[in-house]
Write a protein of this length. Structure first.
Length: 92
């Protein structure tokens, strides 16, 4: 017999999950049948197509960061593009 508490109490209410409950969770792709995964639109991520970027920490002026952030989602990629242009122009 399992000593785990049921997830639903006598009134049909779902109890709060514990750390032990969360530790037993597994990814959906490991437990759901392939047909259901396809129905739900769950797809495994394929291999990365382009080289990965290098994580780094740099200090930038607040004005520069504010400008790029104000351009919306993808601001870090746009900043990367600006730096790539600079490198291309100055590496000759």
């Amino acid at each position: 017999m399992s000593k785990r508490k049921p997830l639903i109490d006598a009134d049909g209410e779902i109890r709060e999950l514990t750390v032990e409950d969360l530790a037993r969770f597994r990814p959906a792709v490991e437990v759901l049948p392939p047909a259901l995964q396809e129905t739900l639109g769950i797809r495994r991520r394929g291999p990365q197509k382009t080289p990965t970027k290098v994580p780094t920490t740099i200090r930038l002026s607040p004005e520069v960061v504010a400008f790029f952030r104000s351009t919306g989602d993808g601001w870090q990629s746009r900043m990367d593009g600006v730096l790539r242009e600079y490198v291309a122009q100055h590496s000759r």
